[in-house]
Write a protein that binds this ligand. Sequence first.
Ligand SMILES: O=C(O)CCC(=O)C(=O)O
Ligand SMILES: [Fe+2]
Length: 285
Amino acid sequence: MTMSQNPLLSEAQRAEFRETGLLVLPGFYDLRRDIEPVQRGIHGVIGQVMARHGLPDGRPPLDADRFDAGYQHLIATNRAWGGEVYDAVKQIPAFLRLVAHPLHERLMCELRPGSLPGVAGGGYGIRIDNPMEERFRAQWHQEYPAQLRSLDGLVFWSPLVPVTPELGPVQFCPGSHREGPLPVHAGDTRDSQRKGAYALMLKDEAALVARYPRCAPLSNPGDLIVVDFLLLHASGHNLAERSRWSMQFRYFNFADPTGRSHGWKGSFAAGVDFRTVHPELCCHD
Ligand SMILES: O=C(O)CCC(=O)C(=O)O
Ligand SMILES: [Fe+2]
């Protein structure tokens, strides 16, 4: 990055992020160049999964607003086929090009002056939050235990569909990043289907969340929501008729002392149980 580039953010935006741990940047990406190729790729992958299972492709021609046509029918026929789509779409070249978008590095350098940005391996993907589905809904959490790599990381969250209140926008507790890393329970006994990072439960979750205001910003394709690795956030409830498609890119800081001391280890997605890295953050009661 050269110093002659205009900053992406104003001082007011940097201050807002320091205060709240959250920043909404409408129209951050170029829709035509960055977002539509991902939507087109997803449309193609859905078609291939349909073909793989002998479903006739009766979909209308691709329309950016309905790139996921056929997906609800696919998962209603067999939910596991939705899992195939979920795993496959991470391998769309246009998506992988976005993971390392030069603007992500610039944002990281502006929000974390002096940082040395890294892309969190296993920390990027496309969420598909299906209507009325509970199993993969993220409960209140901080990103750090789920990702590790470094304490001062950023989640870049960007929707592929217009996020209405019915689609269950992600909820945040602005200011809660100031708590620092919070202790968690090893497993969620409320729901044994939850695995890995989904099973982590914050200690005293309800009391903690009640101390903060809550917001759930609406967003559109092309918008970016930047989230501090320590900010409390949770999935909303999708009460709509279509899935909530959204992209996540996660960046960490090689120069962060905590990350450096454990060697920028990844968490569950890297086959590591974070409790072995941070036993002091685990409670056993
Ligand atoms: O999109 C969601 O529902 C949850 C997002 C989330 O937890 C994240 O991006 O880190
Ligand atoms: Fe998260």
